[in-house]
Design a binder for this molecule. Structure first.
Ligand SMILES: [Zn+2]
Length: 282
């Protein structure tokens, strides 16, 4: 593999944003010009870019919510219809034999998978980066087994003192009722359910945010890096990212999903506080 020089795409490893492909001819593309001319203002190129970003963000392989694109691109119904009439987008019932039918209320970007990354390849890329990150961490901190062995040696003397520690040593005892925090699992990855949750609640957060989350918790040392519920911790992280990526301060949540995300944040924050409380108590 050749090394990337500064300024080359992909050379900045700290930049975890994703990108979409835009054809060079977008500003003078025939279909785009047709729409702009028809509606009397320049808006089709931007609407197309917004649709591409939303598809990539939510990993829908080209399906998008017309309402969401309209709102984010600032186009009206006539302009939306013009995009469909120019065959840039398809509505349910379209007759383009190259593209799938969108679900009701959704639309499809014509030829999306011909030019953009599929959800599958985004996930493959993400796990490839995770693997690189894991190997990097191992070369610094040792393999999980080595780390566990080190941790056990460090813990051993403390266990010999105190009634509480003695009780834990006795295998006949029932496991403690209080849940114990663990470090992030080495194979932590979003399940289909979590991906669906993220689509609904954190639509502006990219898939690589999970990689940031994993990297952060793998790199973190000490007791603070243990959690009782890693899925909840992940959701909390995603919601924070959504808020950071999202709306200007003071703006009301834009959708029931956003309101739900707000409530989820409250729950997650409470659980986090509980988590900290339990750690202090143990
Ligand atoms: Zn098509």
């Amino acid at each position: 593999m050749t090394k990337l020089g500064p300024g080359e795409p992909g050379s900045d490893k700290s930049d975890l944003r994703q990108y979409v492909r835009v054809s060079l001819d977008l500003p003078w593309n025939g279909k785009i010009a047709e729409v702009d001319e028809q509606v009397g203002r320049i808006c089709a190129g931007w609407a197309q870019v917004v649709a591409l970003c939303i598809c990539a963000q939510s990993m829908t392989d080209g399906h998008f919510s017309i309402q969401m694109v309209r709102r984010l691109a600032g186009i009206d119904e006539v302009e939306t219809k013009a995009m469909v009439a120019a065959d840039l987008w398809h509505e349910p019932g379209h007759d383009c034999d190259r593209c799938p039918q969108p679900r009701k209320g959704m639309a499809y970007v014509h030829d999306y998978l011909l030019h953009q990354r599929s959800a599958e390849s985004i996930q493959a890329l993400s796990s490839k980066r995770a693997e690189v990150g894991r190997k990097g961490a191992e070369s610094r901190w040792g393999t999980p087994a080595q780390r566990a062995a080190r941790k056990a040696t460090e813990k051993a003397p403390a266990k010999k003192t105190g009634a509480k520690a003695g009780a834990q040593d006795n295998p006949a005892n029932k496991p403690p009722a209080r849940p114990r925090g663990t470090r992030i699992p080495d194979d932590f990855a979003p399940t289909a359910e979590m991906i669906e949750w993220a689509r609904r609640n954190t639509p502006h957060v990219g898939v690589l945010e999970t990689q940031k989350f994993v990297n952060y918790w793998k790199a973190k040392a000490g007791k603070d890096a243990t959690k009782i519920d890693w899925v909840l911790t992940w959701k909390n992280w995603m919601i924070t990212a959504e808020q950071r990526a999202g709306r200007p301060a003071g703006e009301a949540p834009r959708s029931p999903g956003a309101a739900k995300a707000g409530r989820a944040l409250d729950v997650a924050a409470r659980l986090d506080a509980q988590d900290a409380e339990q750690r202090r108590a143990s």
